[in-house]
Design a protein around this ligand. Sequence first.
Ligand code: NIG
Ligand code: FE
Length: 420
Amino acid sequence: MAQDSGNATIDLVTVNRWTHIWHNVQLATMAEQNPAPYGAIENAAIAVEGDRIAWLGAAADLPTDHRATLHDGQGLWITPGLIDCHTHLVYGGNRSQEFELRLTGVSYDEIARRGGGIVATVDATRKASEESLYQSAAKRLSSFLNEGVTGIEIKSGYGLDRDTELKMLKVARRLGDEKPVDVATTFLGAHALPPEYTDKDAYIDWVADTMIPDVVKKGHADAVDVFCEGIAFNTDQCERIFKAATEHGLSIKAHVEQLSNLGGAALAASYGAISVDHLEYLDAAGVEAIKKSGTVAVLLPGAFYFLRETQLPPVDRLRSAQVPIAIASDANPGSSPTCSLLLMLNMACTLFRLTPEESLRGVTRHAAQALGWEKRLGTLEVGKQADFVLWDVSSPGELSYAIGANPCVDVIKNGRIVSR
Ligand code: NIG
Ligand code: FE
């Protein structure tokens, strides 16, 4: 390129390579350095070059010497593509019968004792073919994509044997290859004790010593996760998993302090976890620990709602410690059978008293951080991946306000318009 030819030439070359421009739009950039609410720029324009954001700012400042395709945004709001940083999207069957049973007064525990709960989904997932798992997950995924989701995390954890765990992770990777969405995969071998084991320590040994190296060798997972809870695995067992993950270069995430406080968040933080999730029973020491480690606190209002929990996560404490808070769907057949991230925005506000701006940050900038994607995704900034959504709303807060509405008009993924 014409490095020596003066600025005008360089600008011209750069500008001419823009591929698309949206003008007459309002931008909720969610960028940290923009102090306006939602990092907003009103009467704005945004330009894309290939798969990157090349320029954004006030429409009045938009350079005119370009050959990009112009799109009139008709005053619509644009946000970064939404990111769901915690899902169990791939599974066999569903648990609607369990839901009906619970409504007759049978408890979650009793259902598990009768062979229901997570183990029922494990059974259905083991029996499902890879293709049928792909098709059922793709159907659920399309609901998320229709609502402006451009990035999603998908966990294993309903296989709990070698073949089924690998099958789930392969399906998750294939979704990322074939659909217009970035997929982060997480190996959740330590989700529950599979029926063929009676000894939790022996199972954890197998997950840590055999499965983690295998999953890493195959490149199937980006992170590891555990369910640290009385009904699942204790802190010693989770630590075995964190050590193996660290040894093999996997990021760490953890389901912690959902039903009780075991100190799982502080433990995960001591291993540099990128996120700790659920957190209803997180105490002051836990908040302090995750603040120090820079771990994202992922709140899951769908599970809180569906299990009719009453213990609220310590939102005020997280806020005053300035811990980044993300919001996710926890989409799964047992505790959060939802395919709507927009609904989670509303629930985060109504149930957890987050502000609409905090909620939106929770499914954009902070969700990206919870997946280690923050350099590439989560905000509208020059150089970042051109993933964004046009919304028919009069303010970004409307995304959290509405219940069951879908104001998504267009989704731009990697700089390309993907039809809804
Ligand atoms: O994130 N907490 C653990 N696992 C899931 C629920 C799994 C199920 O019930 O199938 C969750 O809520
Ligand atoms: Fe979960």
